[in-house]
Design a protein around this ligand. Structure first.
Ligand SMILES: [Zn+2]
Length: 278
């Protein structure tokens, strides 16, 4: 692999700045009106603020009681300053062997990852995929690969997965891989964001054409399948033609190779198959 593929391996958001406790004036001046009570008649908010500053302990008991009684989650801690409560959603990844909802509608000819992968995806290293909005085409950029043998392709997909996992990615970076016989292998499940274009993996389906197209030419079977399968995904996820890319159109790389790039470009031309999808 010579590509600079990458993944955002950072499923946890950075800690949110804590706001609202013991802060009288925010950096944006949000709190300025309440920090100058002499400039206008006192309000209920001022009264609350004074009560809080004077005797914070008195507010703890009512707040606890309110929580027990199923009151709204806003507590006295936040009310006087009208700051939003910090919201940190716990990250709860789930591994779904089958893609969710519409993701299960993949063509039956796609070879499921369970038939070839020797390891499961690692959810904590991946982000959720949806919504899907674009497709990017690649080659694997490894050695020349022209075999149409099933087992040879199966081994190569696993080799790619192992290579990507060794970089601590959650799974093979591509969602689909197309071998020289035109078979489509399921890679990373579509419910997970891929790892194939640096900083542009959000909603981006990664399709890898197996082989190195700096050194070899795509087979007719591959070209037909690239067109058909890409068109299928475009219809399934309502992806417009302008969102069909090759890797080198999004990043500095030779991927998908000088012998494949022009073929992919011609598929998008006015007379190409992909231009007629819709
Ligand atoms: Zn690439």
């Amino acid at each position: 692999m010579t590509d600079q593929h990458s993944q955002a391996n950072d499923p946890l958001p950075p800690p949110l700045p804590f706001r609202g406790e013991g802060v009288e004036r925010s950096e944006t001046g949000e709190g300025s009106s309440i920090s100058d009570p002499a400039s206008r008649p006192p309000t209920r908010r001022d009264a609350l603020r004074r009560a809080l500053l004077a005797a914070p302990a008195l507010l703890i008991a009512p707040a606890l009681l309110a929580a027990c009684a199923g009151a709204p989650t806003r507590t006295a801690r936040h009310d006087p300053f009208d700051h939003p409560a910090p919201t940190v959603k716990p990250y709860k990844p789930k591994w779904h062997p089958l893609p969710e909802s519409s993701l299960a509608d993949l063509p039956r000819s796609v070879i499921p990852r369970q038939t070839w992968a020797k390891g499961d995806p690692v959810p904590r290293l991946m982000n959720r995929m949806l919504p899907i909005k674009r497709i990017t085409l690649h080659h694997d950029g490894m050695t020349t690969f022209t075999s149409t043998n099933y087992s040879a392709a199966k081994s190569r997909v696993e080799r790619i997965r192992t290579s990507h996992r060794s970089q601590n990615w959650g799974d093979v970076g591509y969602h689909f891989l197309i071998d020289p016989a035109g078979r489509v292998w399921q890679g990373r499940p579509l419910s997970w964001q891929g790892a194939h274009v640096r900083a542009q993996n959000e909603g981006n389906i990664g399709i890898c054409v197996m082989g190195n197209y700096m050194n070899q030419r795509p087979t007719q079977a591959q070209l037909r399948q690239i067109e058909n399968f890409t068109a299928t995904l475009m219809r399934m996820y309502r992806i417009p033609l302008r969102e069909i890319h090759t890797h080198l159109e999004l990043a500095q790389t030779a991927c998908p190779g000088k012998h494949l790039q022009p073929r992919l470009v011609s598929m998008r031309n006015a007379s190409g198959t992909l231009a007629r999808v819709g």
